[in-house]
Design a binder for this molecule. Structure first.
Ligand code: CA
Length: 231
């Protein structure tokens, strides 16, 4: 069966370029110039695409909004977002909202096709067996992306979840920001240290009583450990 890729891109030249490259690589392809056209088609069909190539800068709606909309409807469709802005926040927010990958413009059609293929490979991998991680009262079910703190469900973003999973798997181990960036984003050079700080701050708030266990080692990094109690 041929896989279907949808393109949401308002610039006709780029849309055509992407469409041609994908079709030449064997994909079925549909292109939409606006978020509205895309959403209408998406809701009208049962033949959902496997991957959506999504421009962040659209005339009628932010592509970031659209990522959120797609994820609410369908958590498993691959999303490759593209942006001319090369904006760090776009990238971080896009990935945080659930995009699978991010490609700054201008890019070669070949690069775009290989990113789409990579997303499909990841999505077709067999689901990981249910795996439970626990540290003190913090429990993570990595197959369901489910977290509880002292038995109460906590809602985390995908990035917060992955960050917490790394820390809970390795309690007491110190991770530098660079190390965390490498694990979370494959060492994307454009991700800045303060991105990690923001995620850590959000996690601390969500971990309630355990927030203080997420410790900062000034100038070194972070670790999950019981705070030293003064004797
Ligand atoms: Ca655009």
């Amino acid at each position: 069966m041929r896989e279907m890729v949808w393109i949401v891109e308002d610039e006709p030249d780029i849309r055509e370029l992407e469409k041609t490259a994908l079709e030449e690589s064997g994909f079925l392809c549909l292109g939409f110039p606006t978020a509205y056209d895309f959403m209408r088609a998406f809701q009208a069909t049962n033949q959902k695409p496997q991957v959506i190539v999504l421009d962040i800068m659209l005339p009628d709606r932010s592509g970031l909004d659209l990522i959120r909309w797609i994820r609410e409807k369908n958590p498993s469709i691959g999303i490759l977002c593209v942006s001319a802005r090369g904006d760090e926040m776009d990238r971080v927010i896009g990935l945080d909202l659930g995009a699978d990958d991010y490609l700054p413009k201008p890019f070669s059609p070949r690069e775009m096709v290989s990113r789409v293929r990579a997303i499909l490979r990841r999505h077709s991998a067999p689901p990981a067996p249910s795996s439970l991680l626990q540290w003190e009262g913090i429990c993570l079910d990595t197959s369901r992306f489910h977290v509880t703190v002292d038995g109460e469900e906590v809602s985390l973003t995908a990035t917060e979840f992955r960050l917490l999973a790394i820390l809970v798997e390795n309690p007491g181990q110190v991770f530098s920001r660079e190390n965390l960036i490498e694990r979370l984003w494959n060492n994307e050079k454009a991700i800045m240290d303060r991105t990690i700080d923001v995620h850590i701050k959000h996690l601390r708030e969500k971990l309630k009583n355990y927030g203080s266990c997420l410790q900062t080692l000034r100038g070194i990094g972070y670790k999950l450990d019981n705070p030293q109690r003064p004797r």
